[in-house]
Design a protein around this ligand. Sequence first.
Ligand code: AMP
Length: 222
Amino acid sequence: MRSLNIIFIAPPAAGKGTQAAILKDKYGIAHISTGDLLRNEVNKKTSLGLQLKEQMEQGKLIDDEIVTNLLKLRLQDKDTLNGYILDGYPRNINQAKVLDELLKELNKEIDYVFYLDVQEELAVKRACGRLQCKNCGRIYNKYINESMPKQENICDDCNIPLTHRDDDNEVSFKNRFETFLESTKPLIEFYKNKNLLYIIDSSKDKEKASKEIEKVLNIRGE
Ligand code: AMP
């Protein structure tokens, strides 16, 4: 079986994590979220973690080298042998070029780049209402009917309280969205030129976006 290697590019709260989790389950490939790798460092309260916490809460991008080092280690884990989904990397053109070099070194490839398109007004609503289960990683939203937990603030599957990300507030969201427009959006052209880009409408519900992604993968025989 050949490996399946996917990159998601999207504004904050466009549904990268949700779509990545669906593909991980369906294809048995690794879901690599650089945001999660960084949050792990913050939770460990290492000196690096303390330094990252403040920048992440403000919605600023973390230094390319720090993120790339964490990614390099993660890409060498066994679960990436069938393929991977990169959720949150690259975030700028420099990271995309570094990634090309890194993948060459690790003998890995990129097969698809999905750009999840969503309007700012909807993304801010998704971000500010987003809740996550620390145990299973499932994402809920307290403002969107189809994504609400059955019991307020409790995970349907694990029955434990849900948590809210420190950077999911309006001020931080604004910074993250501006950073997206300035640094991340140019990646659309970068990957279009490499014939790897597919645009997905992520403003509808998660099933519809997932079907659009599946359609692309089916056409190419995955
Ligand atoms: P995310 O979970 O993808 O929304 O990322 C949360 C935060 O982690 C971002 O706002 C950045 O501060 C940081 N971050 C995640 N991925 C990267 C990256 N590739 N480069 C720089 N900072 C990142």
